[in-house]
Design a protein around this ligand. Sequence first.
Ligand code: FES
Length: 354
Amino acid sequence: MAEVHDGAAGSEVEKHETAAPAPATAVVRADRIPNPGFPPERLRVTDLDPKKEKQAERTVSGLFLLSIVGSIIAVVAYIVLPIEEGNPGSVRLNNLFLGVGITLGLLGIGIGAVHWSKALMHGHELVEQRHPTRGSDESRTRAVEIFRESNKESGFTRRSLVRNTLIGALVATPIPAVALFRDLAPEEDPIALLKQTMWEEGTRLALDPSGVPIRASDVTIGSVFHVIPEGLAELESHRLEEKAKAAVLLMRLPPDELNIREGRETWSYDGIVAYSKICTHVGCPVALYEQQTHHLLCPCHQSQFDVANHCEVIFGPAARPLPQLPITVDDEGYLVARRDFEEPVGPSFWEREL
Ligand code: FES
């Protein structure tokens, strides 16, 4: 005979006619409240009337078909209603039909599945006893039985129209996403795209965003300028794409503090250096300059570049230095590029192919 305590000091003691448990073994107490059981099952109209059942089946299939139509609308809208630069109306139309199509695609599947389970699948309640999670042979056999019963009760294999339209809807729904993400990839070779920017021999360095050219005498020691190629502000198309590649930071250091890399002796002018502003990690604009230490900081993931040492990475996830733009001055004293960058700007994924 063993005594089982409910944990409260001085509480009533229960007694069970069982063997004494081993020390530190949990004891399961008998449930004092009798199981009230389930109320009697209430049959739905679809259980009682075959016509209503057929009607519900058609509704579910209709919703899955609606989902397919929505996905098709999204893909077609994306192709026939492209976004045209400088045309806000095209953005509105594209977004409207794309949004309507994707919404129908997702809602059709969601509402159809809920309606299927509520109107057509078996409605009776079941009890599953809690048991250890280990899978014995009996429980595996039972799992297979349950699977078969569920299949029978839901009519997944029997109701071929519902099943097939659901499969069609599930296959069609991700298609708009595939089309959208595929279009994010550059059309051209990304290495060539990132290697070639607007900079070329003689292009003046200009202030961002005004486009006013910069004289070497304007750049005092310790200052930093956000720079774009002269003429970029007047571009009629692809202005943002060009700016995203050609943006440059211009700084002037005391010449004796500049550690110039071999072969780049002519790339700077009297302590003035220009480096790509596009972080070599994942392409954020490197925007913070510490004048005293000559460090550039990318705010996205804290990569730091040492301007005094050809912008080598001194901290953070960036894998290579910022590309340097070779510069000099023209006859009127304006800073100009000697040529384009010698390596791709921005993230370094392209190095994997070299
Ligand atoms: S983008 Fe600059 S550190 Fe990540």
